[in-house]
Design a protein around this ligand. Structure first.
Ligand code: NAI
Ligand code: MG
Length: 498
């Protein structure tokens, strides 16, 4: 979005209006006075303005966090946990407002996506709130006259950067474990979807002391770059593209700070010949996140279909996917909403055009979006499937982050697994078969951080989630994730003989 002040803001009813960015417990504008206009991508209209933060704002937020850290780290962990539980409750009470805000700013459909995300975010606070007592150390048996034990200490000021595709869930996944473990946080919301994240921060701010959580709004390099490079940030936690993940890792290398990266994917789905059934088709639709316009890092966007069922499976898929209703994200009737912004919309359309231009790729259904009619008023794209080309073209290699699925034929199981692993990504994977032995052998052979067999769901708090290869580093969705990503272990060794 441009940084011009829009002449008119048209927020949807029942949505959250921002009060600024959260620094030191207060809502303030940007140091420069500049703002970013936030767009409703389903209607292409401006709905709000948020501060355009840059280095000076980062500095203020880091200073506020630094001031808050000594007291916060000394709060008894279970007391911190209780505050997170109160936040969970307060978020649950405002799920509808949160969901409408998410739908308005992201284009993700209210019924199929946004409401579930708002509930999950509250649940993430509840999950981590209950874990505060588990920040345990160990004793090490070094002999009768030595006491050696470890402590799980907070790292300090955490710098977090989140994307727009599931902003509240991904923001909750930084705030809850970082704060539970006794850290303080400076988090940059995504410039395309900061509103619901600010709302979540507003709720948090009712319960946590000023400066413990600071949430700023700004662009990538200008604001996120300043955060990643700030000398007082002691830990970096990033979710977004692999390209930017590398930039964050370089910044971390400069100061030797630990870094967690949740990056992109091009996740394979392997469908065995015995799975030519409705439940598998429904599972593929879910795994591909068609109802989130496939703007998901875990989207199962490469479908390896056994040759015996290739045509019949695609027919079933077409019937079910084309029955989904695309439309206004805030309309309860919509199954599928809109792409986040014009840049991503154009990118998705280019991939579709590329597929249409290739004589050796067959369009199964979908295609370019309509140029007229109600769907042309927002960034709406059509769920699209291309078939018949191999695993080696752009559409099968690159993260499209849009509803473009490639179907690839296989006959030999080892070959299917080889193709599935032929990617620099390794985030998620899906296997579909009644034969559990085959399914699990494939699950073990696939190079991905998370393999689902016969289901295509989203992450659940408690599971270890994170990518292999260039899909990421570290895990944040679980108790172990909190311990590994947001604490540092100290050993204390005492001579008992004196
Ligand atoms: P992005 O990776 O540029 O943005 C994610 C976050 O990083 C945003 O908050 C952004 O402001 C920040 N950022 C961007 N450049 C930065 C820099 N130099 N230093 C510090 N922070 C920076 O993703 P973008 O541009 O929104 O989407 C582009 C592509 O990235 C998508 O098409 C998709 O392939 C991928 N992506 C993957 C996501 C995932 O969850 N795996 C999420 C979002 C995007
Ligand atoms: Mg937007």
């Amino acid at each position: 979005m441009d940084t011009i002040t829009p002449t008119k803001l048209s927020p949807a009813p029942g949505t959250y209006q921002p009060k600024g960015q959260l620094i030191g417990g207060k809502w303030i504008g940007s140091a420069s006075g500049q703002v970013i206009a936030i767009e409703n991508p389903g209607k292409r209209i401006a709905v709000a303005e948020v501060p355009r933060a840059a280095a000076a704002d980062v500095e203020m937020a880091v200073t506020a966090a630094e001031k808050a850290f000594p007291a916060w780290k000394n709060v008894v962990p279970r007391e911190r946990g209780k505050l997170l539980l109160k936040i969970a409750e307060a978020m649950e009470a405002r799920v509808e407002e949160m969901a409408r805000t998410i739908a308005m700013e992201t284009g993700n459909a209210l019924r199929t996506q946004a409401r579930g995300e708002a509930k999950l975010a509250a649940d993430i606070f509840r999950y981590f709130g209950g874990l505060a007592g588990e920040l345990k150390g160990e004793t090490v048996p070094l002999g009768e006259s030595v006491l050696s034990y470890t402590r799980r200490e907070p790292i300090g000021i955490v710098g977090a950067i989140i994307p727009w595709n599931a902003p509240v869930m991904l923001g909750a996944l930084k705030i809850a474990p970082a704060l539970c473990a006794g850290n303080v946080l400076v988090m940059k919301a995504a410039e395309d979807a900061p509103l619901a994240v600010l709302m979540m921060s507003d709720i948090c701010n009712e319960f946590v002391p000023p400066g413990v959580l600071n949430v700023i709004t700004g662009y990538g390099e200008e604001c996120g770059g300043a955060l990643a490079n700030h000398p007082k940030i002691r830990k970096l936690s990033f979710t977004g593209s692999t390209e930017v993940g590398k930039i964050i890792m370089r910044a971390a290398a400069d100061r030797i700070v630990p870094v967690s990266l949740e990056l992109g994917g091009k996740s394979p789905s392997i469908v065995y010949p015995d799975a030519d059934e409705d439940w598998a088709v429904d599972g593929i639709i879910n795994a591909m996140r068609f109802t989130r316009q496939s703007q998901s890092c875990t989207a199962g966007s490469r479908m390896f279909l056994h040759e015996d069922i290739f045509d019949s499976f695609l027919k079933k898929l077409e019937k079910k996917v084309t029955a989904l209703k695309i439309g206004d994200p805030l309309d309860e009737a919509s199954d599928i909403g809109s792409i986040i912004n014009n840049k991503q919309y154009s990118k998705v359309c280019k991939y579709v055009q590329d597929g249409l231009d290739r004589s050796d790729a067959k369009l199964v259904f979908g295609g370019l979006p309509p140029k007229t009619g109600p769907l042309s008023e927002g960034y709406f794209t059509m769920p699209t499937v291309f078939a018949d080309r191999s695993n080696d073209w752009r559409l099968a290699r690159e993260e499209i982050f849009g509803p473009v699925l490639v179907a690839i034929r296989w006959s030999d199981e080892a070959e299917a697994i080889r193709m599935a692993n032929e990617s620099h990504y390794g985030l998620a994977a899906y296997v579909w078969t009644h034969d559990i032995g085959k399914g699990l052998r494939a699950a073990h052979a696939i190079e991905s951080g998370w393999v689902q067999v016969n289901q295509g769901g989203g992450q659940t708090p408690g599971m270890s989630y994170g990518g292999f290869k260039q899909s990421g580093l570290g895990k944040e969705f679980s108790l172990e994730g909190m311990l590994d990503s947001f604490t540092q272990k100290k050993s204390v060794t005492v001579n008992l003989a004196v």
